[in-house]
Write a protein that binds this ligand. Structure first.
Ligand SMILES: [Zn+2]
Length: 108
C-alpha cells in the first residue's frame, strides 16, 4: 500500500471514488468533508477541505486514513477531531504551498 498512488502526493481526484459526507459549519468555515476510496488499493481517506473566502492563498486540505467503523458514525463536525487523533495525515493546499506533506496534530 505504501507504493500506492494514494500514499504519494500529488493526489488526483480520478484515482478515487468520492462520497460526500457533508459540510462542517463550525466557526463559519464551511469545510467540505468527503470520503475518498482509493480505486487501486481500497484505502479509505477522510478528506477535510476549506478556504477562507476573504483571503487568497487560504485553501487547505487534510486527508487521513480511516476505517469503515469511523465512517459509519461520521458527522462532518467531527472530522477535525478524527484527523487530529490519527498518527499522521497528509495536508496541503495553497495556504501551505504544498501538494501534500505528512503532518499530525490539531487541524486548523
Ligand atoms: Zn491506494
Amino acid at each position: 500500500m505504501a507504493d500506492c498512488v494514494c500514499m504519494n502526493p500529488p493526489f488526483h481526484d480520478a484515482d478515487y471514488d468520492t462520497t460526500v459526507i457533508g459540510v462542517d459549519k463550525t466557526s463559519g468555515r464551511f469545510a467540505e468533508v468527503t470520503i475518498e476510496t482509493c480505486k487501486r488499493c481500497g484505502s479509505l481517506w477522510l478528506r477535510y477541505c476549506y478556504e477562507i473566502e476573504a483571503f487568497s492563498q487560504s485553501g487547505r486540505w487534510y486527508r487521513g486514513l480511516v476505517t469503515p467503523e469511523v465512517i459509519a458514525e461520521l458527522q462532518p463536525e467531527h472530522a477535525p477531531m478524527i484527523l487530529a487523533a490519527l498518527p499522521w495525515y497528509f495536508y496541503g493546499g495553497s495556504y501551505y504551498q504544498t501538494t501534500g506533506q505528512r503532518g499530525m496534530g490539531a487541524v486548523h
